[in-house]
Design a protein around this ligand. Structure first.
Ligand SMILES: Cc1ncc(COP(=O)(O)O)c(C=O)c1O
Length: 387
């Protein structure tokens, strides 16, 4: 997901350059405002902990309905901090999907805990609550690890089944922690990502629906005490005066320049989100006839960070649409349990739905600067490649 090369993937068609993600078009729209914001940081000189950080944290909390937001150095820092705060570590089992970016499992392993890979629902591509219950029962009956946390991932922007996960987490006494790295702007019922679980991590990697001009992320909470503790861990574990070390921490904070950029991107985010939804509606209608687009739960709304489609002959379809000038990306060709860093944790018998999705899925251009003609052209290209 983090290949910057993908951001530049673009091809010339009779409808102009079709970019997989078009950050340049967005920059043209907001450049004067961003320059003013960056200039302000240069003027006040508070490159760390500038007023932009507080302003951003307040706006992020307001936008999501969370009690507080903590600005972090990256989505990865945002994943690690709440796990450290919960004391997750050696001997603990943390349930994660294998159909995600490696950062989800890395965060677990960096705390010393053990990732337990859970299969996905074949329609939503997100963690399957029923399979989670089976994995939990297996871990409990093996008696080697202590089930501590579950981290559903909102893949491509589509909120996972928090109604089911909230129930399971409370019955089983698990810390429910949402990896919303891809889903800022997603919604389930009347709640936004950031307020769907007691803790949520998001990423502002440049290619995300809300992206900085460098690395950045945030954590959201419903609890003021969590916010205080996370802010301390993010700042080397210091007290509120940033003097004494009161716990173990690290440098997990965002810098003022990234917050400045994000503030200007937030100003156009809702307008961009609406366009993403309009494009997705056209894709869903046309491509739903030739493939299986990602399905969203009842009452869920994706942030459409990415648009994913499954087809049986994926590799041929991808080659054909690429040759017509439509850039694509594959998230993910290799599920985590099949990667060398995580294969020690591969479940016996593998993960059937995860492995199937990995062989059939691909992503199409999705950004708010696609023109209606380009969207039509992309649909034509996929239709002709599939049939
Ligand atoms: C699902 C998921 N989790 C975590 C991350 C890590 O975010 P970052 O790259 O900002 O550290 C990403 C980034 O792509 C992601 O897609």
């Amino acid at each position: 997901m983090n290949s910057v090369a993908n951001l530049a993937l673009a091809a010339e068609t009779q409808f102009g350059n079709i970019a997989f993600i078009d950050l340049q078009a967005q920059q043209r729209r907001i450049r004067p405002a961003v320059e003013r914001r960056l200039q302000a940081v240069l003027d006040h000189g508070r490159y760390i902990a500038g007023p932009e950080i507080t302003e951003l944290e307040e706006k992020l909390a307001e936008r999501t309905g969370a009690k507080a937001a903590i600005a972090c150095a990256s989505g990865t820092a945002a994943l690690i901090i709440p796990l450290l705060a919960q004391g997750v570590g050696a001997g603990d089992a943390v349930f994660v999907p294998a159909f995600t970016y490696n950062a989800t499992a890395n965060a677990v392993l960096l705390t010393g805990a053990t990732p337990v890979f859970v299969d996905i629902d074949p329609a939503t591509f997100n963690m399957d609550p029923e399979h989670l219950e089976r994995c939990l029962a297996d871990v409990r009956s093996a008696g080697k690890l202590n089930p501590r946390a579950v981290i559903p991932v909102d893949l491509f922007g589509s909120p996972a089944d928090y109604r089911a996960f909230t129930k399971i987490a409370s019955q089983e006494n698990l810390f429910l922690f949402s990896d919303g790295a891809q889903s800022f702007g997603g919604q389930l019922g009347n709640r936004w990502v950031g307020d769907l679980a007691p803790a949520t991590a998001t990423s502002f990697f440049p290619g995300k629906a809300l992206g900085a001009y460098g690395d950045a992320g945030a954590i959201f909470t419903r609890d003021a005490a969590d916010a205080e503790q996370w802010a301390s861990i993010r700042w080397h574990g210091t007290d509120a005066q940033r003097k004494d070390s009161v716990r173990v921490g690290f440098n997990g904070r965002m810098d003022s320049f990234q917050a400045a950029v994000l503030l200007e991107k937030m100003a156009i985010f809702d307008d961009e989100l609406e366009t993403r939804h309009n494009i997705a509606a056209i894709y869903n209608e046309r491509l739903g006839r030739v493939g299986r687009p990602q399905k969203h739960l009842n009452g869920a709304s994706s942030s459409y960070g990415y648009y994913a489609l499954c087809v049986e002959n994926r590799d041929e379809v991808v080659a054909a649409v690429n040759s017509m000038g439509v850039p694509t990306a594959i998230y993910y060709t290799t599920p985590l349990h099949k990667m060398p860093a995580f294969s020690d944790f591969a479940p016996d018998g593998g993960l059937q739905q995860t492995e199937r999705a990995a062989s059939e899925i691909f992503s199409l251009p999705m950004h708010p600067y696609l023109t209606p003609k380009q969207v039509d052209f992309i649909c034509d290209a996929v239709e002709s490649a599939v049939s």
